[in-house]
Design a protein around this ligand. Sequence first.
Ligand code: NAD
Length: 364
Amino acid sequence: MKTNYQVSRRGFIKTGAVAATALMLGNAINALGAQKKMGVALVGLGYYSGGQLAPALLQTKNCYLAGIVTGTPQKAADWSKKYNIPQKNIYNYQNFGEIAKNPDIDIVYIVLPVSMHKEFTIRAAQAGKHVICEKPMALNAAECREMIAACKKANRLLSIGYRLHFEPHTKEVMRLGQKKVMGKVTQIDTGNGFTYGGDPNAWRLKKALAGGGGLMDMGIYSIQGSRYTLGEEPIAVKATQEKTKPELFKEVDETVFWELKFPSGAKVTGKSSYNNNWGYLHVTTENGNFELEPAFGYGGLDGKVNGKPMNIPNINQQAAQMDDFATCVALNKPSRVPGEEGLKDMKVVDAIYRSLDSGKWENI
Ligand code: NAD
């Protein structure tokens, strides 16, 4: 039992800490001078930049859309008009390095096909900019290590576009699982995927550009969901796959199934697909169960604990994610989702592909 004194004392300490942080943040951002918000440049103006990130940057408090990098002059003109971006803050892939001289840009956000993530993350860090790189972080774990090393060498912060770490249902799942609120987690079943109906020539279906298919693009959320529910790193994996549309998925995986071994012994299964609409995270514990479904999208998550609704409001995940990184930059503190977090997922992805080749359990 806590005494009233203890409760109020703890409340006081918490309030004091929040106030001190707010003061520090205010000072750090004001220390930039007239520019109070961090300037973000989006690299690659496709579906995710146009549909989610740019609109979210109209809602952020600590950062704003300051610049764009695009290979398409018409997009440059359209975005400049729509988002009021001055000509001096617009770059293409060739003159991108000149961004080094632009004080309006603090953060470069890489939203390109996966095969371009490494090159542009490294070029951005070398240009003196802090970097957010979209998921999956790169083609493989070796590339992730190079990106982390380059950002360290340039003394720049690197973050991965893992928006769910800022999302309240996901944070509740992390709390329930990692703090063993309902006892130890004994089992996790998770799947993520969508039925691909897009352009059969798109980069997502080309191995050289995407690295892989549903596993890299969608399965990464399920892999990470298992990791953040348990707060542990998996040690081995066994995977199988299914291809019902080999003409469409000539170069990349369609549906992949896996089993992960974790140190605590929890039984963890996962699946990913470009040919099934999945998006769930089901967790069994010693004393009950909890789940998210939808678990990984940004159209609104929903959750239950022992069958009862979590009743947690949804937020703009991308705005929360980018505001957090702007704060990290202002305070020079590592992101909650640094490059190392992207590397952990890519090590699992690499091991799943090894297991698909070998047909055996593979160490991670
Ligand atoms: P997209 O195809 O819609 O956009 C990619 C952009 O890259 C386009 O503007 C395209 O012109 C440009 N590009 C430059 N060089 C290219 C090349 N050689 N080939 C093809 N395109 C080229 O893709 P997207 O859906 O916006 O995905 C971009 C990144 O964002 C991917 O890493 C993806 O996984 C990630 N993403 C993340 C989320 C999320 O929820 N975090 C959601 C969607 C996409």
